[in-house]
Design a protein around this ligand. Structure first.
Ligand code: LFR
Length: 476
């Protein structure tokens, strides 16, 4: 059909952006209407998201992007706001990196065995999963007063439209959704003692959430339908992977590296559980079979500790540091909380019997080698556990810009890496909206074909010595 113009709101852990997208037959373009910082705030001993500040950024961004024919919102996963019986927000959403879940997973697993939890939800164990955040808040006055839980994109969608719901891809990250039925698990909600009806009805990507309500329409300067997209940013990013066929792995590389394959059905074996692979819901009924790797967070948090020196310079120096001198386990939860990252990295190097990096350049090299090594492990495990063979690794997101990381990933995986687009998440968001508004019947393969014909990717051939990477993996 003729091209449609939509706005994609994409909130990341460090910044939010509103992109204007134009999509139609043979056409796919994206331009940035607004970008704003996302600065978490520690108050009263708790690390919060500044959600009203973010909503302000969304409204201003939509005004700059519009008028458009549809609006779609995606963000990071697992975090939520609680509404009271009047539909008012009860407090600021808590950041998934807050310490309130320390020790909580073990308590919950004492009540619900890990095997049972995996069979029900298919989800990886991460301390910050919504189920554990709710368990941490079990006896709070706030939860007692709560009538509705809304994940971050659903909360913004509610403010924009007045409509309540839980978009499926993001709901699947809570560890409260039944992977077989695709509905909330009554068993888990009861085990957690959640108020009845706290979890709103599930809605699918591509559906209409509702029109922008008059109050918000005044703020943005127009009205438009808000369309459900893959509201988990990683789900939209996977839509935005310009892959051909099915024998590909993807790395959605930003604050996190999400590494895995796309499958038609979940893998729920004991081996899969032990490898901490997750079966998150993808767009169009797919399964995002992947593992979380700590990602560029290791780098971002190190830069912060060093007073934000120039990243380009550091990366150039890091390229000159001999590789694989020291590596850390980029899936280790010690790296999860904010705080002094270079020290944590050095400590782990020492604990593993390696000489720790001394300069920032050496630390950056250690981080990139370690990420490449973790990418390798997850790509190998995904293939072994799912039976899906992989002949290429797509890197999308901000990490696709990092040439050294892309080359090291190709070397470590011993596979070609196709890097880009950087804005895969926004593209996935735009494409699902455009399909919904345009009434088309395109499948994911068609959407990806459109990305391939309108965007360039950069190819990295493996050049490393596979045995060296295998040996380095043995050190962890
Ligand atoms: C990436 C991401 C990951 C999720 C983490 C926490 O932005 O959404 O997929 O595990 O953030 O929500």
């Amino acid at each position: 059909g003729s091209p449609v113009t939509v706005a994609a709101v994409d909130l990341g852990a460090a910044s939010g952006r509103v992109m204007t997208g134009v999509a139609g037959d043979g056409v796919l373009g994206l331009s940035e209407a607004a970008r704003f910082a996302n600065l978490p705030v520690r108050a009263g001993g708790t690390l919060h998201w500044d959600i009203l500040r973010l909503y302000r950024g969304v409204l201003d961004g939509l005004r700059a992007a519009g008028p458009v024919e549809s609006i779609g919102v995606d963000s990071w996963a697992v975090d939520y706001g609680l509404l009271d019986a009047d539909g008012r927000l009860l407090g600021n959403p808590v950041h998934y990196r807050d310490a309130r879940t320390d020790g909580v997973p073990d308590q919950v697993l004492g009540q619900i065995p890990a095997e049972r939890l995996y069979a029900t939800t298919g989800l990886q164990l991460q301390p910050f999963n919504t189920i554990f955040q709710l368990a941490a808040a079990r006896d709070s006055a706030q939860l007692a007063a709560a009538k509705t839980l809304l994940l971050i994109p659903d909360l913004l969608g509610y403010w924009l439209t007045g409509e309540i719901g839980a978009e499926r891809t993001n709901a699947s990250t809570t560890q409260l959704l039944d992977v077989q039925s695709g509905q909330w698990s009554a068993e888990l909600a009861t085990a957690l003692g959640l108020p009845a009806g706290l979890l709103p009805p599930i809605r699918d990507p591509g559906g209409l959430i509702g029109p922008v309500r008059p109050e918000a329409a005044r703020d943005i300067g127009y009205t438009a339908p808000v369309t459900a997209v893959g509201s988990h940013d990683t789900a939209s990013a996977v839509v935005g992977v310009p892959a051909e066929g099915e024998n590909f792995a993807y790395i959605s590389c930003g604050t996190w590296s999400l590494v895995g394959v796309e499958l038609p059905a979940p893998v729920l074996t004991a081996d899969s559980r032990r490898a901490n692979f997750t079966n998150e819901a993808g767009v169009d009924g797919t399964v995002r079979y992947l593992r979380n790797v700590m990602g560029l967070w290791l780098l971002q948090e190190s830069l912060r500790a060093w007073g934000d020196p120039d990243l380009g310079d550091l990366l150039r120096q890091a390229a000159g540091v001999p590789g694989l001198r020291a590596v850390v386990d980029a899936e280790d939860a010690v790296f999860l909380p904010p705080g002094d990252m270079p020290s944590r990295i050095a400590e782990q190097c020492v604990r593993l019997g390696q000489r720790p990096p001394e300069s920032p350049a050496e630390t950056v090299r250690c981080i990139l080698d370690s990420l490449a090594l973790a990418h390798r492990a997850a790509v190998l495990d995904a293939q072994r556990l799912s039976g899906r063979a992989v002949d290429v690794v797509h890197v999308v997101g901000g990490g696709a810009r990092n040439e050294l990381l892309c080359q090291l990933t190709a070397d470590a995986c011993d596979l070609p890496v196709l890097a880009g687009p950087v804005e895969a998440t926004a593209l996935g968001n735009v494409l699902v909206q455009a399909r919904a508004v345009g009434g088309g019947s395109a499948g994911l393969a068609d959407l990806r074909h459109l990305i391939r014909t309108t965007h360039t990717v950069r190819r990295y051939e493996p050049q490393g010595d596979a045995d060296r990477w295998r040996a380095a993996a043995g050190r962890l």
